[in-house]
Design a protein around this ligand. Structure first.
Ligand code: NI
Length: 166
């Protein structure tokens, strides 16, 4: 297990399209473990592999509830509907928050860390987190979707602990 370095806003790797994982092997499992550890270390709700400089379609999400950390390999959206206006941040944009529109319900299919097919349906915060992390796999960042005039810069020392990043 290892904490990885999080790539930040001007790093061009964040704009690249990640590749599908062909084999869910021990190396992939290890990356997913490191992603969970890194997400927890920085108090995040989610993390996508390009954020640690790896262009593979890997995502972890943790809403700190009974579902525990969710690990996804090659996630694909199979259904989404509705809209919700949400406050959002990103581990790659420390101290920036803005309002954006996300789907209110989203269903994905993916593989888990053992290569087993999983299907996850999320509403509310989980739908937001899934949408945010899957965007990362296609080089799309939350700053692309900001509702004009809602971007806020928060000083680290004044940071509201409730503002979790993704
Ligand atoms: Ni993010």
């Amino acid at each position: 297990m290892a904490i990885r370095i999080i790539r930040e806003e001007n790093d061009e790797i964040l704009r690249k399209i990640s590749k599908r994982v062909e084999d869910v092997d021990e190396k992939i499992k290890q990356i997913l473990e490191d992603m969970v550890e890194t997400m927890h270390k920085y108090d995040g709700l989610g993390l996508a592999a390009p954020q640690i400089g790896i262009l593979k379609r890997l995502v972890v999400i943790d809403l700190y509830d009974e579902k525990g950390p969710i690990k996804m390999v090659n996630p694909v959206i199979i259904k989404q509907k509705g809209e919700q206006e949400v406050e959002e941040g990103c581990l790659s944009f420390p101290n920036q928050f803005a309002k954006i529109i996300r789907p209110s319900e989203i269903t994905i299919e993916a593989l888990d860390e053992n290569g087993k097919k999983i299907k996850i349906k999320g509403t509310g915060l989980l739908a937001q987190a899934i949408s945010h992390e899957l965007d990362h796999l296609d080089g799309i960042l939350f700053v692309d979707k900001i509702i004009p005039g809602t971007l806020e810069y928060v000083e680290p020392k004044n940071e509201n602990k409730d503002n979790k990043k993704q």
